[in-house]
Ligand binder design. Structure first.
Ligand code: ATP
Length: 600
């Protein structure tokens, strides 16, 4: 497990080299498996429709060679009737086929998207800090959408055309083998030039998808609330527009290239489709003159090759292009699905029993990138119920220390222990169930206050909600809102002030009632009232829990049972406020610069 950090940072390079992989047919098959009933019915529909498609050809021959020469109006009527009925019936079957196709396509998309999102939720934090959000979004939305095209488009196209070709060939060879032979000689000529075109299309499509990732990333970054605030505050709108235009132009060029390759492909196929029937008219006409081939048969053959054989052969030859692009889509999705998630239940992991909240770090060394050690052998011990304050210069590693407790990251060496258990030997869920975290960056979902509070305890009663909001000093604020607990807080809670958000986050943690609390005190100064309200709320939330606090307030360090002074990834001093102050080391300097001001 050690070395997670190293592994992720190595894998998630922004520009990944294209990996050549073997196509995993079995895996793709597994996606279709739940829908085999619908698929089988679709197959049956295809066979029926393509069988019915032969009817007009035969009947036309009959009209030309029999009904008209015999001047038999009744037979003519019957023939035309057959053509109409078979066409109508085929249309009906086609509707059914379309419906089932949608069921399969949409179903597979839902399944894939769910497993993709579920998988992503279990990915380590490192993955998200190292990957652009837009890229992730693009895979979850656009790539999965493309799967629908593959399933309802490509797959059906392949089967339909194979069935069309086989039925047509059988009918033609049984009917007149000489004319049939003449019809098929031209087919290989059509298929031959399509290989290189397909490869070119594949490469363009791959580039297109990467460009789309980029477009999505920029959109995502610039249109998020934090992003747009940044743009506005630096007045960089024009720059961002230009950046977007540039990427957009790249995408446009690729799309044009793709369309052009497609055009060339089509042009060559069209040429073939013209040559074929000409050949049949010549050969068939000669047979009609020299032997006794009937004209109706020639007409039927021409309609077969034009309507069914050549079109299908060309589509099928070109489908290679679609297949490779489709495979690329699956490849990209599988690539994400193959990434290693956090191990929620490592082999032999135990469910953390009733936690008392004893926390110990034993010589912990940690690095995010595998190059620079951010923690260089951190050891400390916090007893159950104690408040431990971490202080130190910016970038010293305080936040990193607290993130190792819930296993957002794992150390390269050393151990993080809770109640004597190495955190790597317990199930992640039981570990995190016992830890509550309140950070400076409070995140709230775009949902009601009640639902946000219930996030960690879905079955909390209304009375419990009221109790925790009172403790967190936010009850009066909520009561004053027209919709009370049903107020929607806005994207990320941006409709609330920073202090209100933080108090809601405190209430949310109180509701969860964890034994261990990790608290990152806000550095931003709040007004006096907010500050006092939060301070009181924090007092309540720390009671009876082991608390690791990244301290920025004098009151916190004064009441802490132990203060750890962190510098360059090491704990350089520890003890209570008075002792540390008397020592005259880093703490006393920090105290003078960081804490005195706030207390004033
Ligand atoms: P502050 O008081 O400014 O919040 P801190 O003491 O909490 O600082 P940390 O956030 O733990 O410091 O960061 C310690 C070091 O690790 C910093 O040098 C930082 O640049 C680096 N770091 C933090 N997060 C990551 C990350 N996700 N990937 C790579 N490096 C990181």
């Amino acid at each position: 497990m050690a070395g997670h950090g190293l592994m992720w940072s190595n894998i998630y390079q922004p520009e990944k080299p294209h990996m050549k992989r073997r196509v995993d047919w079995k895996r793709m098959g597994a996606l279709f498996a739940p829908y085999w009933r619908q698929q089988t019915t679709v197959l049956a529909c295809i066979v029926v429709v393509s069988g019915l498609g032969l009817v007009p050809g035969f009947v036309t021959a009959n009209i030309i060679d029999s009904a008209i020469p015999r001047r038999d109006v009744a037979a003519l009527g019957v023939d035309v009737g057959i053509i109409l009925v078979s066409a109508l019936f085929a249309a009906g079957v086609g509707v059914l086929q379309g419906y089932l196709n949608s069921v399969v396509g949409e179903g597979i998309m839902r399944d894939l998207r769910t497993s993709l999102v579920g998988h992503l939720h279990r990915m380590p934090l490192q993955f998200f800090t190292g990957t652009k959000t837009g890229e992730i979004m693009n895979r979850v939305s656009n790539d999965v959408d493309n799967v629908d095209n593959v399933v309802t488009g490509t797959l059906t196209t392949i089967v339909t055309n194979i069935v069309l070709i086989v039925t047509t060939l059988i009918a033609m060879f049984v009917w007149n083998w000489r004319l049939a032979l003449l019809s098929v000689v031209i087919v290989p000529l059509m298929i031959f030039p399509l290989g290189p075109v397909g490869r070119r299309m594949y490469s363009i499509r791959r580039q297109t998808r990467e460009k789309r990732d980029e477009v999505e990333s920029i959109t995502q970054e610039t249109l998020s609330i934090s992003g747009i605030t940044l743009i506005k505050s630096f007045a960089r709108e024009a720059f961002e527009r230009a950046r977007f235009y540039k990427v957009g132009t790249g995408l446009m060029q690729l799309e044009i290239d793709l369309a052009m390759v497609g055009r060339w492909f089509l042009a060559s196929v069209t040429a073939m489709v013209v040559v074929g029937p000409a050949l049949i008219w010549f050969g068939g006409g000669w047979l009609a003159i020299s032997a006794s081939l009937k004209v109706g048969v020639i007409v039927a053959f021409v309609s077969f090759v034009q309507g069914r054989l050549y079109g299908s052969a060309a589509t099928l030859a070109g489908i290679q292009v679609q297949i490779v692009s489709a495979l690329a889509v699956f490849e990209r999705i599988f690539e994400y699905l193959d990434m290693k998630t956090e191990e929620y239940d490592p082999p032999g992991a135990i469910v953390l029993p009733n936690v008392s909240g004893d926390i110990a770090f034993e010589n912990v060394v940690f690095s995010y990138d595998g190059v620079r050690d951010v923690l260089n052998g951190v050891s400390f011990h916090v007893r159950p119920g104690e408040v431990a304050a971490f202080v130190g210069p910016s970038g010293a590693g305080k936040t990193t220390i607290t993130q190792l407790v819930p296993r957002f990251y794992d150390p390269q060496s050393g151990r993080v222990m809770i109640d004597g258990h190495d955190v790597r030997t317990v199930t992640l869920t039981s570990l995190r169930d016992n830890i509550g975290i309140v950070t400076q960056e409070t995140y709230l979902f775009h949902d009601t206050i009640a639902n946000n509070l219930r996030y960690g305890k879905p079955d909390a009663t209304d009375a419990q909600l009221r109790a925790v909001t009172r403790s967190a000093n936010i009850a009066d604020f909520i009561a004053a809102l027209p919709d009370g607990f049903e107020t929607v807080v806005g994207e990320r809670g941006h409709k609330l002030s920073g202090g209100e958000r933080q108090r809601l986050a405190i209430a949310r943690v109180l509701l969860k009632d964890p034994r261990i609390l990790i608290l990152d005190e806000a550095t931003s100064s709040l007004d006096y009232e907010n500050e006092a309200a939060i301070q009181d709320a924090l007092e309540v939330v720390m009671q009876g829990r082991t608390s690791l606090v990244i301290a920025h307030r004098l009151s916190t360090v004064l009441r802490a049972d132990v203060i750890f002074v962190v510098e360059d990834g090491r704990i350089v001093e520890s003890g209570r406020h008075a002792t540390l102050l008397a020592r005259g080391g880093l703490y006393s300097r920090l105290y003078r610069t960081q804490f005195r001001d706030l207390s004033a």
